[in-house]
Ligand binder design. Structure first.
Ligand code: NDP
Length: 237
């Protein structure tokens, strides 16, 4: 039987890139998947048609909309918070509104979504948040706000793992290194910054991350919680 048959999953930010690979993987393994998108309606509808998942518009920058979406998605077996944005550049020049928006999407939404999901999550529930290796290591300038947001997820997961442990719910962070997506294309500018530090001088694939998420969401990972799971081609080695 497919691993997630009869399970319900919500992926926040599932229309493209890593999120879309997670939607494909969970749906292929039998889960009933709902995923959100903000700007990419066409891509979301295409993915929904391809996988049978349900696509719904929810801006992760809007706290109340995120909470309502999680609540309205019913009791969830699996919550994956993937939606994330990056602002890149000199912090002295950066638009403070862009930084605040990043904080809402990358930190506030994962927190509120996780808490709302846990209200009705059954024992065995899984909360998985997509962080970044930049939560551990920042090897070049220009990503301080992004790195701050990904480090915040570490404290959140450690704390919520203890809060929800008595109810049998696990909380984990997956920390990718460079993954070939619109955010960080394999032929884009980041490769020159990060390849020198990597054991494998290449980008990973969204499917690599989806595989780790599927394992964390599955029955073999029931004793894994409050932990960071790095998948980075040796960037942090
Ligand atoms: P992409 O930019 O390729 O895709 C981002 C996804 O998040 C899209 O589906 C997008 O939906 C959604 N999203 C963004 N903002 C919002 C929002 N306000 N509300 C709802 N959905 C939103 O990024 P990646 O796939 O590369 O990244 C996914 C996650 O992985 C992020 O958290 C990122 O920080 C993290 N990550 C990525 C790495 C990489 O190298 N690619 C490395 C380390 C971490 P839409 O287009 O519909 O708005």
């Amino acid at each position: 039987m497919a691993m997630f048959q009869g399970k319900s999953a919500l992926v926040l930010g599932g229309s493209r890139g890593i999120g879309a690979a997670i939607v494909r993987r969970l749906a292929a393994e039998g889960a009933g998947v709902t995923f959100t998108y903000a700007g990419s309606k066409e891509a979301a509808e295409r993915l929904a048609g391809e996988t049978g998942a349900r696509a719904v518009m929810t801006d992760s920058a809007d706290r109340d909309a995120v909470i309502a979406r999680v609540r309205d998605s019913g009791p969830l077996d699996v919550l994956v918070v993937n939606a994330g944005v990056v602002v890149f550049g000199d912090p002295l020049e950066m638009d403070p509104d862009a930084v605040d928006r990043l904080i809402r999407i990358n930190i506030a939404a994962p927190y509120h979504a996780s808490v709302e999901a846990a209200r009705r999550m059954p024992e065995g529930g899984r909360i998985i948040v997509i962080g970044s290796v930049n939560g551990d290591r920042v090897s070049f300038p220009g990503v301080s706000a992004y790195a701050m947001s990904k480090s915040a997820l570490q404290g959140m997961a450690r704390g919520l793992a203890r809060d929800f442990g008595p109810r049998g719910i696990t909380v984990n962070v997956v920390q990718p290194g460079p993954i070939d997506t619109d955010m960080n294309p394999a032929d884009g500018p980041f490769k020159d910054l990060v390849y020198p530090a990597m054991a494998f001088k290449r980008h990973g694939r969204p499917e690599d991350v989806a595989g780790m998420v599927a394992w964390l969401a599955g029955p073999e990972a029931g004793f894994v919680t409050g932990a960071m799971h790095t998948i980075d081609g040796g960037f942090g080695a």
